[in-house]
Ligand binder design. Structure first.
Ligand code: URA
Length: 425
């Protein structure tokens, strides 16, 4: 199959292959798999189906990005990209929108009034030369082959194939002209891949293919059973991202940012090892350099910068929270220690309130969502607030009960564990 891969991808893009022919090809890969050599050929052909970005020679080791397989409360990109730029790296980050229970970076950024994610490639290039980062949506110019292939996979139930997912994700990252990439592959109840072994196989496949294409790539496997951080919902997640950019973020979010950033700083040769890199990222969150980069990006992409200018430690002073929203607190019904918070129940409740899309054409209410007040390991008494739900209308029947049942309270103290289960390098 490998000899004709480039021809097939050309046929996908120039329309000389019919939908039936493309589907036959996709089904063959779905049923039989694809070896590493052929997956690299497929991914390279997909990358070359559109524009491939190139950067000044002196940046040859500095252009980096990350990809997450997605989850609940996953705002790592919004903190990591400015922190990387503050440490001297160049970050052309192309992200996606949320669908189903999974949030999307673009939707979160668009909760900042005026923020534009539809920059052209040329505008992105100029912005990266000026400030070191840009966060935009997928453009028609990059990897057109993936658009047709993904749409056909979607309607033929052939999404869940490791070589097809690998070629889809890695071709889009490779088209950014990266020198290094970190992949955050989640596993757990609210992850794209629930099973850790499957997530590991996907991570290994993406790392093998991206490294085989000359991009220095590592994988961080991390759990997605509980929401990441405390905020779920677009504007609320921007507020938590700002808090994290100012050194006051929740521990689990900060750990993922520092570790992924440390890996990229090592891969770029800026530091000798990832621990030194993680420290450098941590420092950028505490000396306001990462936050300054974030403000520069908001400004450059048309966002209302004033929202962040004054007292950003007060959530309500950010102007991101809608004063017309209603709020409902959910209380602990027994004494003990929080030992689980089911991300899926919280995500589905927020989706019901309008924070995400059930189908691609849905519009998003950027303001609604939830703030978790009692995190894993916290000791609570009966009547303590577990979570505050921000909503626009009366809560749908049963929603409070389902959010309350997301929390499990143990009679024993609970040890805090890292969300990172493995790093593949
Ligand atoms: N995300 C992608 O971009 N492609 C896939 O195939 C799956 C998830």
């Amino acid at each position: 199959m490998s000899d004709s891969i480039a021809d097939i991808v050309n046929g996908v893009v120039d329309g000389s292959l019919s939908d039936e022919q493309v589907i036959r090809y996709l089904k063959k890969i779905f049923d039989e798999g694809l070896d590493e050599y052929s997956t690299i050929k497929l991914t390279e052909s997909m990358r070359d189906s559109g524009q491939v970005l190139s950067w000044p020679k002196e940046w040859s080791h500095l252009v980096v990005d990350k990809h997450s397989t997605g989850g609940v409360g996953d705002k790592v990109s919004i903190v990591l990209a400015p922190a990387l730029a503050a440490c001297g790296l160049k970050v052309p980050m192309i992200s996606g929108r949320g669908l189903g229970h999974t949030g999307g970076t673009l939707d979160k950024l668009e909760s900042i009034a005026g923020f534009r994610v539809d920059l052209s490639i040329d505008q992105m290039r100029v912005q990266i030369e000026q400030i070191g980062l840009a966060m935009i949506g997928q453009t028609d110019a990059l990897v057109p082959a993936d658009r047709r292939m993904y749409a056909l996979r979607d309607v033929t139930n052939t999404i869940a194939s490791i070589p097809l997912i690998t070629s889809s994700i890695v071709s889009k990252k490779a088209a950014e002209g990266l020198s290094a990439l970190v992949l955050d592959v989640k596993h757990g109840r609210a992850a794209f891949m629930e099973d850790r072994k499957q997530a590991q196989a996907l991570g290994q496949s993406m790392a093998d293919v991206a490294n085989g294409m000359g991009i220095s790539t590592s994988v961080v496997l991390s759990t997605m059973d509980q929401p990441l951080g405390c905020a779920v919902g677009n504007a609320l997640e921007i507020v938590e991202s700002v808090e994290t950019l100012c050194g006051r973020g929740p521990h689990d979010l900060e750990e993922l940012v520092c570790v992924q950033g440390g890996i990229l700083l090592e891969a770029s040769g800026i530091v000798e090892d990832m621990d030194k890199g993680a420290l450098m990222i941590h420092n950028s969150l505490n000396d306001s350099s990462a936050f300054t980069k974030f403000l520069e990006m908001v400004d450059a992409q048309g966002g209302n910068h004033d929202d962040f200018a004054s007292d950003y430690s007060m959530l309500s002073s950010l102007g991101l929270l809608d004063e017309n929203l209603l709020s409902t607190e959910i209380y602990a019904d027994k004494n003990g220690w929080i030992d689980d918070i089911d991300a899926m129940s919280i995500a589905l409740a927020c989706l019901e309130l309008g924070s995400g899309r059930k189908v691609l054409t849905d519009t998003v209410d950027h303001s609604v969502g939830a703030i978790i007040e009692a995190q894993i390991g916290d000791e609570v008494d009966i009547g303590d607030t577990l979570i505050v739900i921000y909503h626009r209308n009366e809560l749908p029947k049963g929603l409070s009960e389902s959010v309350c049942s997301a929390f499990s309270i143990s009679s024993e103290p609970v040890d805090l564990e890292s969300r990172i289960t493995q790093i593949i390098r």
